[in-house]
Every structure is written in structure tokens, then in C-alpha cells.
Design a protein around this ligand. Sequence first.
Ligand code: GDP
Ligand code: IMO
Ligand code: MG
Length: 429
Amino acid sequence: MANVVIIGAQWGDEGKGKVVDIYTEHAQQVVRFQGGNNAGHTLVVGDETIVLHLIPSGILHPGKRCVIGNGVVLDPKIFLGEIEGLKKRGYLKDDRQLVLDGNLHIIMPWHKAVDLAREKDVSRKIGTTGRGIGPCYEDKIGRRGIRLSDLIKPQVFRRKVKEMLPEKNFLLEKFFGEPLLNEDQIVEEYSAYAMQIEKYLGCCSSSLNKAINAGENLLFEGAQGTLLDIDHGTYPYVTSSSTCSGGVCTGTGVAPKHINSVVGITKAYCTRVGEGPFPSELNDEMGERIRKAGNEFGSTTGRPRRCGWFDAVAIREAVRLNGLTGLAVTKLDVLNELDNIKICTAYSYQGQLLEEFPRDADILRECTPIYEEFDGWQSDICDARSMADLPDAAKAYLAKMEELAGCPAVLVSVGPRRDQTIQISNPFV
Ligand code: GDP
Ligand code: IMO
Ligand code: MG
């Protein structure tokens, strides 16, 4: 029996969705523990591409239970739309496949309005997804949020909206110059959501711990990435939740002793969406080439992703912060055509050599990358199914990634489809 955590080891979009979809075979339950519909996890099955924002990436496997834990913030409209989309495609035939924890917080219209209004200030812009994530977590920590368990109680919900709205409208109108929100409209809209959502309500901590005691395997699906963590990321250019492995425990009510392995997903290069420092970023033709080859456009907002070389300094940070036991290296095929590939092995900061990731975004911004160069393989590796199928140059590149990270690769992905995968070792055994 093993419980495995999947974590984005960079700035998000590493291919977590694909890896979770593959690992679901070994687990009985797949659990989201943080974030909300700022996430966009892509699953490619045959000719079909499915992007999930809230529902765990195990949902395509009938009989596997998908749980949205207390640490998630949920936009009910997006959630219900996602269910509808899945059902139309023939998935989620049994509603019992999906469970929502009552303590998770609900994203309200004022959260989205405040998020978008704040982002209009170009000098302080974070480049958020505009989904209301930050303001919703602000209210959670400020002890004034609305939980799912409040949403489904009509009187409690109306009282909470009544209490919150004057403050939110004051901020929206007087500070941001935005239109006022209407109490009746909100209550009416959200009450309709409540009626459709109630059937998914459950207790995440209790049911997951029962499953653990019964010998089930759990798979925890991280959203965003390590360097977007609210505490450990490149603050303030981060998201508002604990994206690292520690977030699993607070976000689900499953204790640390039950976590057996933590797999960090990393691209064979690096991307970032939104603002913030990114030392190995390529603002040149090579960056454009990688963006094109990797189809690096956001799955949530469609924004072009910033592209750069693999950053070993950042990966070492992710290995330490998450206690990574294995790396899943994705998108190795994107580098197929390059004759020369670089890895950032250290930074130079004010003439000094830095081998450890600076915790201050202002310092990181001034860091310049120190690179080591590798020969490319200049051949198509999409059909490789074992390490032996890879060209020597690709094997050497992976070995260097592992050595610099101080962590072994457990999986290599050579294309978006399920079958385009090399499984080196199984984290569930
Ligand atoms: P997530 O947020 O970490 O789940 O990642 P996204 O879904 O936002 O972005 C990853 C993108 O890369 C998706 O379009 C995937 O279909 C695609 N992808 C995943 N693994 C591979 C791979 O090994 N090779 C290629 N070419 N694409 C991949
Ligand atoms: P997945 O799960 C990449 C980024 C945004 C912005 C910052 C804050 O698909 O990897 P937010 O809306 O969360 O307040 O935005 O975080 N961001 C992501 N970048 N992948 C994601 O999710 C992201 N979720 C948030 O671009 O820079
Ligand atoms: Mg994504």
C-alpha cells in the first residue's frame, strides 16, 4: 500500500494532468488538495483532449473516486460546467465517483471582481489567471469566507452574503471604481448551484483515512508548481495556496505519516505564465522555437508561456522543499530538433556564484544563469517506450538532470498521449 503525491516542480504546467491520469491505474482515489480553477490540467486520450480545471485528473477512469479536498477553492459554475462537459463525453456516469469536502471555500463574484480590478494596476500586476483565487484565499485566512457547508444552507448562505457584500461593494465601488454587485442576484444564482452540488458533499479527511485503513492507495494531485507556493515561491509572483507537498496534509486532513512518495513533475526545459523572475528565460528565437515545438500556450488563459532552459538550481529547491523521491521528466520530445541544449547549473549574482535558489524574488531577478551545454539528439523520440529506445544524447541529458537535481527519474514523457511514456519505476510499490 502506498500513497503518492504529484507536485509541479517548476512554475506550473509541467504535465501533472498526464502523469496523474497514468498513475490513476495504481490508486483507488485521486485527490486535489489546493488551488482552484486557476489550474489547467490536460489529458490526451486517443484523439480527444480534455482540460480539467477543478476535477481531479483521475476522473476518466470509471470506478476511481475523485476527491476535492478542503484546501481547494471552488467556483461552483466552473465545477458544474466541467461535470456537464465530462458527462457529455461519456465520463462520470456515476455521481458517487466525485466527492467534495464541506470545508472547502467558495469563490464568490466579488473574488473575481477584486482579482481583475487589482490586476488593472500595471505596476503591481501579478499576471493572475483572474479567477478570484487570491481574494478567496484572503477571505479564508481572514475567517470571513463562505464554505461549501454554508452554501448548501439557504439561510446561512443569505446571511453570509448580506454580511459580506457591503464591505466588498465599498471596496469595488469606492476604491476600484467598479460596478456594484447585487445581493439578490448572487443569492439566486448560487442557490441554484447549491442544489446541484449538494449530492457531492462528503468529508474528505474521514473518508480518505478510512480508505487508508482499508489498504487503498491514494494519489494526491498538486496544482500550480513549487515556485508558485505562497510561502516558498517567488513571492509576490506566486499563487495563494501551499503548492508544495506539505499542502497535502492541511488541504485534505491526511497526516504526514501516510505519505510514502512524492513525485515532482518537471519539463525537460522550463516555462512560466504571468509575471515574476525567471533566470533561464529565453527572450530570443530559441524561446520562440521551444514555445512552438512545445505548444506552450496556457491551458486556462491561452496566454503564451514564457520559455527557457531547464533550471537545475530551481529543481534542487523543489527536491528539498517537497522531499521529492522521484522526478517525472515530461516533454523531452520538444527538444528533438535542437542541435544544442543548455542546463542552468548555477546563478551568478553580483559577481558571486549562487548554487542555491535565492528566497527573495528581488535577488532572483538579478541572477544570471550559468549554463552547461549538451549535444542534442536531433531525432524523433516520440516512439520510445523504454530507456533503451532513447538515443545516447537523450540518455546523457536525462542523467545530467538527475545528477544535478540529486533525484532519480521515475518516468519520462515523450509526447502528450498516455502511451508516449517511459515508466522507469513505480512509485506505488
Ligand atoms: P499541468 O497543468 O501540469 O497538468 O500541464 P498542462 O496540461 O497545463 O500543460 C502541459 C501540456 O503539455 C499539455 O498540453 C499536455 O498535453 C502536454 N504534454 C504533456 N506531456 C507531454 C510530453 O511529454 N510531450 C509533449 N509534446 N507534450 C506533453
Ligand atoms: P497548473 O495547475 C501555471 C500563475 C498565474 C500567475 C500566478 C497567480 O495548470 O500548473 P492566480 O490566478 O493563481 O492568483 O495567479 O500563478 N498560475 C499558474 N501558472 N500553471 C498553473 O496551474 C497556474 N495557476 C496559477 O499565471 O502568475
Ligand atoms: Mg496547466
